[in-house]
Design a protein around this ligand. Structure first.
Ligand SMILES: C[S@@+](CC[C@H](N)C(=O)[O-])C[C@H]1O[C@@H](n2cnc3c(N)ncnc32)[C@H](O)[C@@H]1O
Length: 206
């Protein structure tokens, strides 16, 4: 991992992901988690304070960033959430088949390099009838914004931890065999539209 990824990027990610409009999305989605939860790309643990502790048993937080996962552990202790950190790539999740009730993924599908294997792993570990909750930014529907996303992405990606601007999270989930039970899409207000087209929803294994 480079100096930039180790030292500079984690506070930038934490800061960018802490803004109010994003926190409002977390507050809507995270409390829907129940049972044994697997959070993919747990980051600094910014979702932890939003769990409904009466509905969850444990949270396994998987991430490739050691500095961010350490922050998540501190936050979990502060929030009183039973939290197991896993410093691993989502493309190889060391959990048994059908062993989690909820997969939560927020602002992470954009950054996972090997997305198809990671989504296949999320499907594998999810209990039949379990839910994958997601809030992600991605490819915008407007031609002008989409064009800007294509232009900016090559510069943006190396600075933003491999974040793609042009991925369509809903399409990627469907391609991986998830069924979208609910999908809401809209631009975030007061945020550049290139990173502000949000897909929020619930997916299930078929
Ligand atoms: C923009 S941050 C979002 C963090 C957190 N989900 C949130 O909502 O605040 C993206 C996260 O995905 C993690 N990540 C990137 N590639 C990953 C991979 N292949 N497997 C697991 N985590 C990954 C990054 O380290 C980072 O913590």
């Amino acid at each position: 991992m480079s100096f930039y990824d180790r030292v500079i990027l984690p506070p930038l990610i934490r800061c960018a992901c802490s803004v109010k409009p994003i926190d409002r999305l977390r507050a809507r989605v995270v409390p829907q988690a129940r049972g044994r939860v697997l959070e993919i790309g747990a980051g600094a643990g910014l979702n932890l304070r939003h769990y409904d502790k009466a509905r969850i048993d444990t949270v396994v937080g998987l991430d490739v960033s050691a500095p961010l996962l350490r922050q998540a552990e501190v936050e979990a202790a502060r929030q009183g959430v039973a939290f197991t950190p896993l410093l691993l790539d989502a493309a190889a999740i060391p959990l048994p088949d059908a062993s989690v009730d909820t997969v939560l993924v927020t602002f992470t599908l954009c950054s996972i390099a090997a997305l198809a294997p990671a989504l296949a792993e999320m499907r594998r570990v999810l209990h039949p009838g379990g839910t994958l909750l997601f809030v992600e930014h991605g490819a915008a529907p407007d031609a002008g914004v989409a064009r800007a996303q294509r232009w900016v992405e090559p510069l943006w990606k190396p600075l933003a931890g491999g974040c793609h601007l042009t991925r369509d999270p809903a399409q990627e989930l469907e391609r991986a065999g998830f069924v979208l039970e609910r999908l809401d899409q809209a631009y975030l207000r007061h945020v550049w539209r290139g990173v502000g087209y949000i897909s929020e929803g619930v997916a299930r294994t078929a």
